[in-house]
Design a protein around this ligand. Structure first.
Ligand code: NAP
Length: 249
């Protein structure tokens, strides 16, 4: 059986692993950021490889036939490492690149490049802000301590944010629009800060903000390496299944 390494940490990576497991020997790689990740259904390895060179060494040592980058669109470092390691080892690579959301009629988006810019874009007057960001990213908002923050994350934010007024919620998506709307209303939120993750699982807050006329400060995507890609799990699985792993060798 051919060996496929999937770089994951996303729902799509888990689904893809499930779809490919019947045809190939699949290993899913997680960074190890989440304390209790959901069951992935295939063999998992956890933790960094040690940069592009470490990943290249792993690809050689494990005799990986196909590398699939199915990481989150904001995980730019691992995607760059994957492209480089594939190149240096001559390992075929495919990427799952979920398209970003586009603003539609009624959306009030302020588009910024970084979380630091998002903290600035909230302005100087105190606001009630929902941060739907990873726990590593929320520290940028210590630069704007005048706002009230509602922070939702999968794992607890430790240490807590050095701002006078923040509350914390632990939850794992998917989040539906009706639940998100109820949350925004309950906490009287007037600005949502979000990454442009794309996909259905976290779109509820964007739709809810539109329905309530709330501003969304949207942090734009980082640049990712140019590798052959598909937009959905089904399309990527179809490429692999149609041609077989041999096609990429
Ligand atoms: P990153 O900044 O691109 O990666 C930082 C380092 O973490 C990489 O250089 C690598 O370490 C290690 N790493 C990342 N993903 C890995 C994987 N799948 N397997 C093994 N090592 C990995 O990534 P990040 O933003 O910290 O995200 C970490 C993981 O969380 C990713 O797998 C991503 O799919 C998932 N995730 C990220 C976000 C987000 O918004 N960034 C959201 C949801 C899920 P070495 O250099 O030592 O190999």
């Amino acid at each position: 059986m051919k060996k496929i390494l999937i770089l994951g940490g996303t729902t799509e990576a888990r689904q893809l692993a499930g779809q490919l497991a019947a045809r190939a020997s699949v290993v899913l790689s997680l960074a190890g950021r989440t304390e209790s990740p959901v069951a992935q259904g295939v063999p998992v390895r956890t933790g960094g490889f040690g940069g592009a060179d470490g990943l290249a060494a792993y690809l050689r040592e494990m005799r990986i036939d196909l590398l699939i980058d199915a990481t989150h669109p904001y995980a730019a470092q691992i995607s760059a490492n994957a492209a480089q390691a594939a190149h240096t080892t001559g390992t075929p690579i495919l990427a799952l690149r979920r398209p970003g959301w586009q603003p539609v009629e009624g959306d009030r988006w302020t588009q910024v490049d970084t979380v630091g810019d998002a903290a600035q874009a909230l302005g100087s007057a105190p606001r009630r802000v929902f941060l739907a960001l990873g726990r590593q990213e929320v520290t940028a908002f210590e630069a704007a301590p005048q706002h009230h923050y509602l922070i939702r994350s999968v794992d607890a934010v430790e240490p807590k944010l050095a701002v006078p007024d923040a509350s914390y919620l632990l939850a794992r998506g998917p989040f539906r629009e009706a639940e998100e709307r109820a949350l925004l209303e309950k906490h009287r939120i007037d600005a949502v800060v979000s990454k442009n993750s794309g996909g259905e699982a976290t779109y509820g807050k964007i739709a809810a903000a539109r329905a309530l006329g709330i501003e969304v400060v949207m942090v734009g995507r980082p640049a990712l390496p140019d590798v052959a890609s598909a937009e959905t799990v089904e399309a990527l699985a179809a490429i692999v299944n149609q041609f077989g792993v041999d096609h990429f060798l």
